[in-house]
Design a protein around this ligand. Sequence first.
Ligand code: C2O
Ligand code: CU
Length: 597
Amino acid sequence: MTTGSLLVIDLVIAVLAAAGWLGGGAASAARRRRLTLALAAFALLATVARAVTVTALARAGWWFAAEKVLIAAPLSLAAVVVVAPRLLRTPPDIRSVAVPLLFAGYAGSAALLVTVLHGYPASMGAGLLAVAGVVAATAVSWRALGARPSRTVSRSALAVAVTALVTGVGLAVAPGAAPAVPHGHGYRDAEAVGEPTRRFTLTAGTATVDVAGRDVRAWAFNGQVPGPELTATVGDVFEVTLHNRDIGRGVTLHWHGYDVPNSQDGVPGVTQAAVLPGEEFVYRFRADQVGTYWYHTHAVSDVGVRMGLYGVLVVHPAPAAGVDATTPAAGVDATTPAAGLDVTVPVHTLAGLPLPVARVEPVEAGVPVRLRLINTDSTTHRYALAGTPFQVAAIDGSDLRGPTPLVDTAVLIPAGGRYDLVFTAPATPVALFVGGRAVWSTGPVSTATGAWPVLDPLSYGVGSPVPWSRFDREFTLVLDRGLDLRGLLPRYAHTVNGAADPDIPSQVVRLGDIVRFTIVNRSLEVHPWHLHGHHVLVLSRNGEPARGSPLWLDSFDVRPGDVWEVAFLADNPGMWANHCHNLPHADAGMVLHLMYE
Ligand code: C2O
Ligand code: CU
């Protein structure tokens, strides 16, 4: 069983146990003897079952079980110790077990709240608040049921509750580590890149765009969604002038997966100010990475990208000497440096409508085709190429080593991720399906691809040893949800190590460090992780070392229960966003920064 399903099962059992105790308490207060005994037995069983799930979670990693072992387990134990002997004595008046059962219910509910609202790391403050809540609720029920606790009992209950409450609140609001410090612009001089050879102008503005015959309100670059495709050949220098016509909340350009100098990274409040209506900003950087990338606004990126402020960025390799690129094969775009067909497929959901609209493009047999698949949405998409064997030539812009042919195999691309699929066009039609919808094809194909196995990139291609034997810095990022009380209004944030942006401490590295991240997902949602300015090498997932081609990624899905180990060379000084690329999650707190000292 995966750790992700264990997390779900454990949560369900915890809810059932708490509900069983509370229900038993209510039944006994209503003098329903049979029901009381049944519910109590059920709750007891669930509590015992939880010992199994919590142990299994602890074995999968302490991060998954910390608060369950330290807070839920003692509370459950207390509940069982209080309830079991009283039930076993088969009380003549079933009402006499109401308070003990309710106590057990409050204990279970408090532990559940600690998991759901607080999560990782377990803290003394949360534990004490839970105890205070349980004691107070029990005391109130005791009163309400007309029982008369002795003076000593009520006084000590009050004392325990108040002490736990005060200490718990004190510990919970004590300032944590220093928050990230926003800082000035630019580490590296952007002027030093040389004379621009590829100039583009992107004007951001509200627009009505046509999607398969329907008018859709959007935010667009140059009036189109996606924005213009920016292409170059390695060695070119990009100069992209960004204008903002009327996007009130500001716009920037972030080159997703392109490891530009920090000053060009386009993160408002970190590397530049957001470009407001009427303003402009000029980006300049060298095209020194080949491959498939994309650009998007990073100002209110959750809304901005969803509304359409994104586009494709492709950098072609230098044409190989001796290759005659002047006589392209039929159907070949003459601007493509290498002979063959080069298709970009940026998948997006605009106002609920899928982009791009389906396209049929006949291709002569024998023509080499490269499909550049880009997921610009916030959730994973499943792609299936039917009608031909193919290879995954590159992921996130980096070529894979020794990719083997695949047949009837789907690929899952995380939010922000890119896969380049290559094949030689057969005489029969080929079709690319995204989530079951044909997006691009060379002719009619009717194949059900839903049951195809999914490629695991960690075991695809030919491996090679990790280039580093030591790590200078190690960081663990535990992804979860939790209550964030630091803002004006409390919010149910997406958290890293128990904190939400801007209170997640920055990760500080030095130029030249080899840095290792351990990324743990103890939440119930997928978090597509994205570090700016660097590509990370995947070392392992869930304890299994990556065996396939070295994977240099900038976007990877950390699924519930997953533990990823990745590493990178700190070779690009600056202050870099490091966040979940499910952009609503990022907006709800899941952003931290990597900074160079
Ligand atoms: Cu594609 Cu920080 O983003
Ligand atoms: Cu996320």
